[in-house]
Ligand binder design. Structure first.
Ligand code: CA
Length: 519
């Protein structure tokens, strides 16, 4: 608050104390006093592995001016939503893998802070969301929100804690990947309908708030939309604003057969030649098995679009749409036969660039925005938009970009580059349990360039990926750093600052300090 508004507030208080209520009412009516605003609800929907390119509207006005070559997908609900939202072109998942992204997003901290450097499974006790950190849901819960989580969580180390079969893991697969999250690990979420990770899309399962397991025979996004709508209508605490996260698994793999997708969605793509579906010039001709998945991946995208549309419709019918911040995003992208087999965990655009649309009627003017928002910025930005800027924990390493979304930020304050991280298993004990992680690759993504430096196990530089997306938008020409030494040096300089800010192990160990100019 400025001194001037402070003085004004004091004057108002003085008048109130003097009992001149008639004047107060007149001031209130004339808009001189700032009425206490109802806190907004927050709906955060994030299907898994949904690349930014799999959005139909990028091919249509006004979005086509951005120049994103999009997939030939049908996303009618997201097309409409984008016209009502701030639609980001360049949102990035720093560590484009399920568990690490989710850890960063929930805490606003890079993996050393969140506790989740690797994908969670029973061999990795060192990768599990810390119980002693403050998550976005902790902050919202403490500030009077009813907090609900529906769908895939995948941030907890699986332990033998099956609530219906004590002493056993929730699945017989070795190592266990799926996990049950007990109440003491739920970080303020008081309504629960979730699981760790499980990839049978038409036979999903969930544990509810009380720890009861539910086996479902329905395509999981449709079921989760049903549960989200049921929560909005019947389950939430009507005396509180709500924070609802819906974490759908599709379009995550598997996407190979009609067991994985809805037939009505598959029918939209099944008769199209693959080269009409895979339009990006960086599709790798050798990855024929992966290419064959394209009709199913796009069918998953269309099914997710429909499920999202149903939740939005329910929000509208309940009269909640005006005072609800709605976010649609993903944990990472999907290469879908571009470049490499691995759909994620690489610095390629198809892996790092995620959808990010945020709608807040009357508060955020719909527009296209090219800010480099990345995973740790999500928590502070949402809290700030919800009027809780003063409650952003000091532990948060990301940036509050709410003013950027409002269109009022000083451009000089916005990120010019974001970190890229890839971690691998480090050492293991006699039982084969991972005891530390190996910070294998670090990189930077700027508006124009992508650079990633990969180490061998001895800590020496093994390989680089270096792309100039202005001249090479599909990242098909890996530049030898010796050809562009000044650009390379500048990117390394920027990386040094970001690694320091993140307190990354590369900064702490001064990794590659012959290349990266740490302070
Ligand atoms: Ca994922």
């Amino acid at each position: 608050m400025t001194n001037k508004s402070n003085a004004f507030a004091n004057k108002i208080q003085h008048i109130q104390l003097a009992g001149m209520t008639g004047l107060i009412s007149a001031l209130a009516l004339s808009g001189c006093t700032r009425q206490q605003e109802t806190p907004p609800n927050i709906l955060y929907v994030f299907p898994d592995q949904f690349r930014n390119h799999a959005l139909e509207f990028w091919g249509d006005a006004p979005f086509d001016t951005v120049g994103i070559l999009n997939d030939p997908v049908h996303t009618p609900n997201l097309n409409r939503f984008a016209t009502e939202a701030v639609t980001l072109t360049s949102a990035q998942s720093n560590c484009p893998l399920s568990s690490p992204h989710r850890g960063i997003m929930l805490t606003g901290m890079y993996p050393d802070g969140s506790g989740v450097p690797l994908n969670c499974n029973a061999t990795r006790p060192i990768s599990s969301l810390r119980t002693d950190v403050t998550t976005i849901s902790d902050v919202l819960s403490r500030n009077g929100y009813d907090c609900a989580y529906i769908g895939k969580l995948h941030v907890d180390f699986p332990t033998p804690n099956d609530p219906e079969n004590p002493g056993h893991y929730v699945e017989s697969q070795v190592p266990a990947w799926d996990a049950y999250t007990p109440p003491e690990r739920r970080h303020g979420f008081n309504y629960w309908y979730s699981y760790g990770t499980f990839d049978v899309h038409k036979s999903p399962h969930y544990w509810d708030t009380e720890g009861k397991r539910h086996e479902i025979r329905q395509w999981s996004p449709e079921h989760e939309a049903d549960k989200a709508i049921d929560y909005l209508k019947n389950r939430r605490d009507l005396g509180k604003p709500f924070f609802l996260m819906v974490a759908m698994n599709p379009p995550h793999s598997p996407y190979r057969t009609l067991d994985d997708v809805m037939e009505q969605d598959y029918n939209l793509y099944k008769d199209k030649p693959l080269d009409s579906l895979l339009v990006r010039p960086n599709v790798n001709p050798e990855l024929t098995d992966k290419q064959a998945c394209a009709p199913y991946y796009f069918a998953s995208v269309t099914g997710v679009d429909r499920a999202f549309g149903r939740i939005l419709q329910a929000l509208k019918e309940l009269g909640l749409d005006k005072n609800t911040i709605v976010v649609f995003t993903s944990d990472h992208g999907e290469t879908m036969a571009s470049h490499v087999t691995d759909p994620k965990n690489s610095p390629y655009t198809e892996s790092m660039n995620v959808p990010f649309m945020i709608r807040y009627p009357d508060k955020l003017k719909p527009h296209i925005n090219d800010v480099l928002l990345s995973s740790p910025d999500i928590m502070p930005t949402i809290l700030s938009l919800a009027g809780l800027k003063g409650h952003i924990p000091a532990s948060v390493q990301g940036q509050d970009l709410a003013d950027c979304l409002r269109g009022t930020a000083d451009p000089a304050t916005l990120p010019t580059g974001v970190l890229y991280l890839r971690n691998l298993d480090g050492n293991k004990d006699e039982q084969g349990l991972v005891t530390d992680y190996f910070a294998e690759t670090r990189g930077i993504k700027t508006e124009r360039y992508t650079l990633a430096l990969t180490l061998d196990r001895k800590g020496k530089l093994k390989s680089t990926l270096f792309f100039d997306e202005q001249n090479d938008p599909f990242q098909m020409n890996n530049i030898n750093p010796e050809e562009q030494p000044e650009v390379f040096a500048d990117l390394c300089r920027q990386m040094a600052g970001l690694l320091k800010k993140a307190n990354d192990p590369w900064y702490r160990n001064r990794t590659l300090n012959d290349i990266i100019p740490y302070e």
